[in-house]
Design a protein around this ligand. Structure first.
Ligand SMILES: C[S@@+](CC[C@H](N)C(=O)[O-])C[C@H]1O[C@@H](n2cnc3c(N)ncnc32)[C@H](O)[C@@H]1O
Length: 193
């Protein structure tokens, strides 16, 4: 199971939600997807096909200011050498094709198509951009079942990233009760819907 992010934030939310439908935004190579599929009846996972959003091995090593990313060593150890290059969609398929309860959508979130499926847990692990996380929150908050949970990795925006809103401005627009997930690597918020 190849995970870019240790699944501790998932463990936290899975102690607090029903195991009907999970929606995952940003699967990478299906690691969290399997984790979810082992417990939920139904999992829908999104993976972008847009080059500028797609994490590949090079991206996992350093950010655009040359700072080593926290998960660089983790990825070097987990990814077979032949996949330590451009993102490979065949490898994604290899990793998820045996999971009958998983639907993988190769498209950006939020989706352009009309959306009807509601979730018990939605996990968003795609960016440290407050702008982007706000855009995702604004869409996905409307599709939760009662007592659903939205988990968002907000990570640490850096000065040079140049977002149009700050993390505080993003957090101030969340209208439902939320809190930081305790005792995890990175910074995660759990929104109770
Ligand atoms: C940090 S990784 C997710 C890692 C995953 N939680 C794990 O540990 O295995 C983020 C993934 O989201 C994808 N992604 C980024 N923006 C996206 C978007 N708007 N819609 C769908 N996928 C996106 C990237 O290509 C990347 O594979």
């Amino acid at each position: 199971m190849i995970t870019q992010t240790p699944p501790l934030p998932l463990d936290y939310c899975m102690l607090r939600c029903k195991f009907g439908t999970a929606i995952e935004i940003g699967t990478y190579y299906g690691g969290w997807t399997r984790y979810l599929a082992n417990s939920f009846e139904n999992v829908v996972t999104f993976q972008t096909m847009q080059q500028h959003r797609l994490n590949d091995f090079a991206w996992t090593q350093h950010d655009h200011a040359g700072v080593q990313r926290v998960w660089a060593d983790r990825m070097r150890e987990q990814l077979p050498v032949q996949y330590q290059g451009p993102y490979d969609f065949n490898f994604l398929v290899d990793n998820i094709k045996d999971m009958d309860n998983v639907t993988c959508l190769l498209t950006n979130s939020p989706p352009r198509m009309p959306w009807y499926l509601r979730y018990d847990l939605c996990v968003i692990d795609i960016t440290r951009s407050p702008d982007e996380n706000l855009r995702q929150y604004m869409f996905w908050r409307d599709y939760a079942n009662q007592d659903g949970i939205l988990l968002i990795g907000i990570h640490c925006p850096a000065d040079y990233d140049g977002w149009t809103i700050t993390e505080e401005q993003f957090l101030s627009q969340i209208t439902e009760p939320w809190h930081f997930v305790p005792d995890v690597i990175g910074r995660w918020i759990c929104v109770n819907l």
